[in-house]
Design a protein around this ligand. Structure first.
Ligand SMILES: [Zn+2]
Length: 279
């Protein structure tokens, strides 16, 4: 299994010179399974760059198929999808697992953001590729060469879906936009992250920076989950838009020193666009 980061920013895209090393696109991670199958975790603006990279292959000929797993329906997780070239190429097939929200299915939510008031595409029917929208369930299921499982995690609102992707002998978990009550990882998060080679976790702020009503885990909460679940490597993502490259470097240095001082073997990184992790 290979994971490649195309969008690592939360909330809004930040195309600023001080953010270029880690990258300014919003959430998108490509996962390639052992048989070459494609899964995409969230479809923020990074999804457009991923799409460009795929147009040289089967997707450029209208023979591609991929599956998108959405963690939630906020814009930083959705908005790359309508603008990606591969979804306008007839013959391609896109499967989207997304949450129901306030009684509306994920395809209704996409129809709304494609409406003339918001986009030049008007409706899903005008996208060239065929689409299949499926609700997420917590039961594990087989998808291509991997086993997939999902958990609805608390975020102070309608919840955020976390995922576990298991290949032959390797596993990763992806959790973004969750918020654990009283800063304690929930059983669902622990189930997803248990013993994974790679835990990708959203953490836009430090514990000291968190404000009342925060809907995101702090870096400390992500670390606590990784340690308790026995993850081998934690990659922080969903960086705050105001966090510059230098500020992320400084945070990494601080938390790596803390891990060393506490005797933990967990490897800690911050996701950057183009970063590839082979499991
Ligand atoms: Zn988000």
């Amino acid at each position: 299994v290979i994971a490649r980061f195309w969008g690592v920013r939360g909330s809004t895209a930040v195309p600023d010179a001080s953010h270029l090393r880690y990258g300014g696109n919003t959430c998108c991670v490509e996962v390639i399974d052992d048989a070459g199958g494609l899964l995409v975790l969230d479809a923020g603006t990074g999804f457009c760059q991923l799409s460009d990279s795929l147009l040289d292959g089967p997707f450029g000929r209208g023979e591609g198929e991929l599956t998108v797993l959405l963690s939630k329906t906020h814009w930083d997780h959705l908005l790359g999808f309508p603008f990606a070239g591969i979804v306008h190429r007839p013959g391609n097939h896109i499967i989207v697992y997304g949450p129901d929200h306030a009684g509306r299915r994920i395809e209704e939510i996409y129809e709304q953001i494609l409406a003339p008031a918001y986009s030049p595409f008007f409706a899903l029917a005008n996208m060239g590729a065929s689409h299949e929208f499926r609700p997420i369930r917590e039961e594990a299921f087989r998808h291509g060469a991997v086993q997939l499982s999902a958990r609805l995690l608390p975020d102070g609102g309608q919840g955020s879906w976390g995922y576990r992707v298991e290949g032959a002998g390797s596993a990763l978990a992806y959790i973004s936009d969750a918020r654990y009550p009283e800063c304690r990882p929930t059983p669902g998060a622990l189930t997803l992250a248990r013993g994974v080679d790679l835990l990708i976790h959203g953490a836009a702020s430090t514990l000291a920076e968190q404000q009342a009503g925060e809907t995101q885990c702090s870096i400390e909460e992500a670390l606590a989950l990784a340690i308790e679940a026995g993850a081998r490597r934690l990659v922080l993502c969903h960086h705050a838009p105001e966090r510059t490259d230098d500020a992320i470097d400084a945070l990494l240095e601080r938390y790596r020193a803390q891990l060393r001082a506490q005797g933990h073997r967990l490897a800690l990184d911050a996701a950057s666009e183009g970063m590839t992790v082979q499991l």
